[in-house]
Design a protein around this ligand. Structure first.
Ligand code: PGA
Length: 249
C-alpha cells in the first residue's frame, strides 16, 4: 500500500521570520501519521523551519540543489549542505526552474543521482504545456521527461527513494486544476512507463503526486484516485488551506 505524500512548495515566499511564524501556527495541525507531510521553504529558511519540526512527523524539503559536490559554483547549494540543514526531500525539475533557469532532463537526472547518494528523496517534476496537450503531444513529452530523469537510476531507488510529481504547466498557479480524471490518466500513464522501464512491481511501489492548483475543495477527489499518491501544493501551502489538504478525506 503506497502512503500518500503531501508536500508544500513555498517557492520564493516567506522570510525566515514569516516562515517561523507560519510553521509555528500550523505544525501541530499537520503533524500526522496518516500521510507523509513535507514542507519545502526557500534555502535561507530551511534550518529555522527544521528546528521547529524536528521530532515531529513533518519532513523538510528543499526546492532545488546543484549536482556538484563543492567548489566554484557561485550561488548554488550542494546536497551535503542540504543534508546539514536537515533536508529529507528535494524538488527537482520544477517547470519554473526548467523555464526560467534552463533546467534540462539531463540536469534533473544528475541532481536525482546526487541526492540519492546522500539519501535525500528527489521529488521529480514533469508536466506538459497547454499547447502540447492541445496537440496531443503530452504523453510523449512526459514520457521523455520521465525517461530522462530516471536514466541509470537503480531499481531499488526508483522503487523506494523517488517521488514523481505530475504537474501540468497550465494548471500551476492558474487556479485551474487538472480534473481528477486528467490527473489520474497521466499518473497512470507515468506508472505504466515506469513498469516498461523497470517492472510492474517497481511501478506499483513508486509514488506519483499530482500538482497544479490543488485546493481543499479539489484535494479529496484528486487524492482518492488510484494512481495519485499525493499532492505537490504551491499557493495553498502558504495558508491554512494546507492543513485542510493534509486532512483530505
Ligand atoms: P500551485 O503550484 O499549487 O500554486 O498551482 C504547484 C507547484 O508549482 O508545485
Amino acid at each position: 500500500m503506497r502512503k500518500k505524500i503531501i508536500a508544500g512548495n513555498w517557492k520564493m515566499n516567506y522570510t525566515i521570520n514569516e516562515a517561523y511564524d507560519f510553521v509555528s501556527s500550523i505544525k501541530d495541525l499537520i503533524n500526522t501519521n496518516e500521510v507523509d507531510v513535507v514542507i519545502c521553504p526557500n534555502h535561507v529558511a530551511l534550518e529555522r523551519v527544521y528546528d521547529l519540526i524536528e521530532g515531529t512527523n513533518i519532513k523538510l524539503g528543499a526546492q532545488n540543489v546543484y549536482f556538484e559536490d563543492k567548489g566554484a559554483y557561485t550561488g548554488e547549494t550542494s546536497v551535503n549542505m542540504l543534508v546539514s540543514a536537515g533536508v529529507k526531500y528535494c524538488i527537482i525539475g520544477h517547470s519554473e526552474r526548467r523555464k526560467y533557469f534552463n533546467e534540462t532532463d539531463e540536469m534533473v537526472n544528475k541532481k536525482a543521482k546526487k541526492l540519492l547518494e546522500k539519501s535525500i528523496i528527489p521529488i521529480i517534476c514533469v508536466g506538459e504545456t497547454l499547447e502540447q496537450r492541445e496537440k496531443n503531444e503530452h504523453f510523449d513529452f512526459v514520457s521523455t521527461q520521465v525517461k530522462g530523469a530516471l536514466k541509470e537510476i537503480s531499481e531499488n531507488d526508483v522503487s523506494n527513494n523517488i517521488v514523481i510529481a505530475y504537474e501540468p504547466i497550465w494548471a500551476i498557479g492558474t487556479g485551474v486544476s487538472a480534473t481528477a480524471s486528467q490527473a489520474e490518466e497521466m499518473c497512470k500513464f507515468i506508472r505504466d512507463e515506469v513498469a516498461k522501464l523497470y517492472s510492474q512491481e517497481i511501478a506499483q511501489n513508486i509514488r506519483i503526486q499530482y500538482g497544479g492548483s490543488v485546493k481543499p475543495s479539489t484535494a479529496s477527489e484528486i487524492l482518492n484516485k488510484e494512481d495519485i499518491d499525493g499532492a505537490l501544493v504551491g499557493g495553498a501551502s502558504l495558508t491554512n488551506d494546507f492543513v485542510a489538504i493534509v486532512h483530505y478525506e
